[in-house]
Ligand binder design. Structure first.
Ligand code: GLV
Ligand code: MN
Ligand code: MN
Length: 414
C-alpha cells in the first residue's frame, strides 16, 4: 500500500523528533541533533514513537537490552515476523536523519498499511535498536549485538560514558523508567530483516539515483590505545629524558598512517577521539589515549591490518608503555538476494532509479545477517554528509524510500 505513504506526515514526524535534542548551528540553516542513547531525551523520543504506534494498533514491548519493538499483527500470528527498524540515538553532533529515519519510515509503512486496511500473513515488527552510534557508550550496535546473540548483555555493563556512568546503570535506569512497557524476551528469528537508512555517502546523489539497493556492509574494528609515560615540568625537564605521551602518540599515528596507506582509497582509518592527561599546557603528558576506527570490505585485509597495529605502535613509540584494547569487531557481511531482490523490484515498481552499492557505515543489520535474510534500502544524502548537522535528505527522497520499504515489507510478509 505504498500509495498511502504520506510525505508530509513522515516529514512532520521527523522534524518533531528532531526537536528532541535538536540545536541550531549559528551562522547556518542547519539543525543538529544530540540525542544520546539511554538518556532522558532518548526516552522522550521513544514515548512519542510509542504514542504514534499505539494509535495505529501496534503492540509495544521492550527487551532487556532496551530494544523497543512495535508489532503490527499478521493474520497468522504463529509465523515468524518480518522485522524492520534502525536506531534513534545520534552522534554528539549528529543530524536529523541518521538512524531515526529508518524507524520513522518503518512507522510510515505500518501507518500506510493501517490507513489502507491492508493485512499481511506475517506480523511486521518495527524495532528501535539501543545504542547503534556508540557516541555515548563505545562500541555501537550494543542493542543488536545483544539481541542477535553476538555478545552477551553482561559484556557491556561496565562500559563508561564521558561522565563515568556505566552502560549497565544507564540501561537499568531506562528499563525502570519504562517498566510500564511490556517486556519481551531477548532475541528471535525473524522471517527477514530490512533496514531503511540514509546513504551517508555521495554516490546516489552524484549519479542521480533515488534508491540504493545495499549489497552488504564492510567490516569494522575499533581499538583504544593508551600510551603511558611520565609527567614533568615543561620548562625544566630536558627533552632527552622525557617520556612524553603526546609525542609518542604522534609517532604512533604516523606509523599507522603508513601501515594503512591504500592507493585504491578503499581502506578507512580514523583516529578521532583523543584524551590527554594531565591536559595542561605546561606539563609533559603522562598519558595519551586515542581511538582507532578501521574499516575494509575484505575480511583478509581487515584482519591483517588490525592485527598488525599493536606491533606497529610498539615499533613507533620511543618512551611510553603501550596498551591496546579491541572494543568492537564486525566482519564484512553480504546481504541476501531475498531482500535485495525485493528492494530492487519495489524501486522498479515505484518507477524509481536504483543502483546496487555497499555500505561504508556499519549498521545494526550487520548483526541480524546470521539469523535471517537481511538487506537495506538507502536514499540519497545531500553531498554525502552525515554525522554532521548539515545531514539532509529531502521530504520527497525520504517518501520515495518509505514507499519502497512499504512494498518490501508487504512482499516479505505476504
Ligand atoms: C555508524 O554510525 C558508523 O560509524 O558506521
Ligand atoms: Mn545510523
Ligand atoms: Mn551513525
Amino acid at each position: 500500500m505504498s500509495g498511502s505513504v504520506s510525505e508530509a506526515r513522515q516529514w512532520a514526524r521527523l522534524m518533531e523528533l528532531a526537536e528532541i535534542g535538536g540545536f541550531a548551528v549559528p551562522g547556518t540553516e542547519d539543525i543538529g541533533v544530540n540525542r544520546p542513547c539511554l538518556s532522558a531525551l532518548d526516552r522522550q523520543a521513544r514515548r512519542v514513537m510509542i504514542d504514534w504506534a499505539r494509535a495505529i494498533g501496534c503492540e509495544v514491548s521492550v527487551d532487556e537490552a532496551a530494544n523497543l519493538f512495535f508489532r503490527r499483527e499478521g493474520t497468522e500470528p504463529g509465523l515468524a515476523p518480518v522485522l524492520t527498524g534502525s536506531h534513534m540515538d545520534t552522534q554528539p553532533e549528529g543530524g536529523r536523519f541518521d538512524g531515526i529515519w529508518g524507524v520513522v519510515a518503518g512507522l510510515e509503512a505500518l501507518t500506510a498499511m493501517h490507513d489502507a486496511g491492508v493485512t499481511t500473513r506475517r506480523a511486521i515488527e518495527l524495532v528501535a535498536w539501543t545504542n547503534e552510534e556508540g557516541g555515548r557508550f563505545r562500541p555501537g550496535c550494543t542493542g543488536s549485538m545483544n539481541w542477535s546473540g553476538h555478545t552477551k548483555p553482561e559484556a557491556f555493563r561496565a562500559i563508561l560514558d564521558g561522565d563515568g556512568v556505566t552502560y549497565g546503570a544507564a540501561l537499568d535506569e531506562q528499563l525502570a523508567l519504562e517498566a510500564d512497557i511490556p517486556r519481551r524476551a531477548l532475541g528471535g528469528v525473524p522471517h527477514a530483516y530490512v533496514e531503511a537508512h540514509i546513504e551517508q555517502g555521495p554516490i546516489l546523489e552524484a549519479e542521480g539515483f533515488d534508491i540504493g539497493v545495499v549489497t552488504g556492509i564492510q567490516g569494522s574494528r575499533w581499538f583504544t590505545v593508551t600510551l603511558t609515560g611520565e609527567t614533568a615540568h615543561a620548562g625544566t625537564a630536558p627533552l632527552r629524558g622525557r617520556r612524553d605521551a603526546v609525542q609518542d602518540m604522534v609517532r604512533a599515528i604516523v606509523a599507522l598512517n603508513a601501515l594503512t596507506a591504500d592507493p585504491t582509497d578503499t581502506l578507512r582509518f580514523t583516529v578521532a577521539r583523543v584524551e590527554v592527561s594531565p591536559n595542561t599546557s605546561n606539563s609533559v603528558a603522562n598519558r595519551a589515549t586515542f581511538t582507532i576506527d578501521l574499516r575494509h570490505p575484505d575480511k583478509g585485509v581487515l584482519v591483517a591490518k588490525g592485527d598488525a597495529m599493536l606491533a606497529t605502535i610498539r615499533g613507533a613509540v620511543r618512551d611510553c608503555a603501550v596498551e591496546m584494547v579491541e572494543n568492537f569487531h564486525a566482519m564484512p557481511v553480504p546481504f541476501d538476494p531475498l531482500v535485495t531482490g525485493a528492494v530492487a523490484a519495489a524501486a522498479a515498481a515505484e518507477g524509481l532509479r536504483a543502483r546496487e552499492l555497499p555500505s561504508g557505515a556499519f549498521h545494526d543489520a550487520q548483526f541480524v545477517v546470521p539469523l535471517c535474510p537481511t538487506g537495506m534500502i538507502f536514499v540519497p544524502s545531500r553531498r554525502g554528509i552525515s554525522h554532521n548537522p548539515a545531514e539532509y535528505s529531502s521530504p520527497a527522497q525520504l517518501a520515495a524510500g518509505a514507499r519502497v520499504l512499504t512494498r518490501v515489507l508487504e512482499r516479505l510478509a505476504a
